[in-house]
Ligand binder design. Structure first.
Ligand SMILES: [Zn+2]
Length: 94
């Protein structure tokens, strides 16, 4: 969905640019509007993606790092993902 939004934005920019190149100066407003809409679409898609979790985290491949030990459960280590900050408790059998 987001990729499609970004692709549409890029397409808008390209169409706007092509129109701007092909028409004379009298019709410069429409290509500018189309390109502007494209830039807004792309930045919107980029902004949403940046706010969300990374692709690897979304498919469950977290970059877990041990941050400490759980105080309540013995031999339970606390892991935290370096990318999204998700915490996870792992009981280690010794
Ligand atoms: Zn993660």
């Amino acid at each position: 969905m987001l990729h499609r939004l970004q692709a549409a934005g890029v397409l808008f920019i390209v169409i706007g640019f092509l129109l701007w190149v092909s028409v004379d100066s009298s019709g410069v407003l429409l290509p500018l509007l189309i390109s502007g809409a494209g830039i807004i679409l792309v930045s919107l898609a980029r902004g949403i993606t940046r706010r969300g979790r990374s692709f690897l985290c979304r498919i469950g491949l977290h970059k877990n790092k041990q941050t400490g030990w759980d105080a309540s459960t013995p031999s339970a280590a606390v892991y935290q993902c370096e990318r999204c900050g998700q915490k996870k408790r792992v009981v280690k059998a010794v």
